[in-house]
Design a protein around this ligand. Structure first.
Ligand SMILES: Cc1cc2nc3c(=O)[nH]c(=O)nc-3n(C[C@H](O)[C@H](O)[C@H](O)COP(=O)(O)O)c2cc1C
Length: 168
C-alpha cells in the first residue's frame, strides 16, 4: 500500500507524489471566517499567481477537508505567505487540531479574514471561482488588498520544510 504524505487522502501514487515534491514551493496559510465568524485556516503550498490584470491568485483544497464548507460559503479568503520563523505555525495549521489560531498572533484584515502576524505577504481576495477538479476544489480569487514585508520565506521541498539558500 502506498504510504500517505502530509496531504492525507490524495489519490496519487507514491511515485507521483514524490515527483511533485521535487517542485520547491513557498508555504502559505489560507484563511477565512466560518458562518459563526470563527477563524478558519490551513497550511497550503498549492498557492500560485494566476493573473496580473485582473489580479487573480489560485489554490486548491482537498474535497474531504473539514474546512471546505467555510471556504465555499464565504465571499472572501486570505493567503498569508509564511516566513522562516513560522515553522511551528505551519506545522500547527497542517495538523488535525481544533484550536489552530489559539497560539498565533493574528488580526482581522480589511475583509475580516485572519491576517497572521509576521506574514511576508498577504493577499486578501474575493472568491471568483470554486470548482472541483479531481479530489480538490480549485479556488480562484481576485486580490482586493495586498501587503508585503521584508524577510526570508519558509520553503517546502521533498516533503520537508527548508530555508532559502544563496542567490545564484
Ligand atoms: C507544506 C504543506 C502544504 C500543504 N498544502 C495543501 C494544499 O495546498 N491543499 C490542501 O488541501 N492541503 C494542503 N496541505 C495539507 C493540509 O494543511 C492539512 O491536511 C490540514 O490538516 C488541512 O486542514 P483541514 O483539516 O482543515 O482540512 C499541506 C500540508 C503541508 C505540510
Amino acid at each position: 500500500m502506498a504510504t500517505r504524505g502530509p496531504f492525507e487522502g490524495g489519490a496519487e501514487t507514491a511515485e507521483l507524489r514524490s515527483a511533485l515534491g521535487r517542485f520547491a514551493t513557498g508555504v502559505t496559510v489560507a484563511t477565512c471566517r466560518d458562518g459563526d465568524g470563527a477563524p478558519v485556516g490551513l497550511t497550503v503550498n498549492s498557492f500560485g499567481a494566476l493573473s496580473l490584470v485582473p489580479p487573480l491568485v489560485q489554490w486548491a483544497l482537498r474535497c474531504e477537508s473539514p474546512s471546505l464548507r467555510a471556504f465555499e460559503a464565504t465571499e472572501h479568503f486570505a493567503i498569508n505567505v509564511l516566513a522562516e520563523g513560522h515553522l511551528e505555525l505551519a506545522r500547527r495549521f497542517a495538523a488535525a487540531a481544533t484550536n489552530r489560531f489559539d497560539h498565533g498572533r493574528w488580526h482581522p484584515g480589511h475583509t475580516g479574514c485572519p491576517v497572521l502576524a509576521g506574514a511576508l505577504a498577504v493577499f486578501e481576495c474575493a472568491r471568483r471561482s470554486a470548482q472541483r477538479h479531481g479530489d480538490h476544489v480549485l479556488f480562484i480569487g481576485e486580490v482586493l488588498h495586498h501587503s508585503a514585508h521584508a524577510g526570508t520565506p519558509l520553503l517546502f521541498h521533498t516533503s520537508r520544510y527548508r530555508r532559502l539558500g544563496d542567490a545564484l
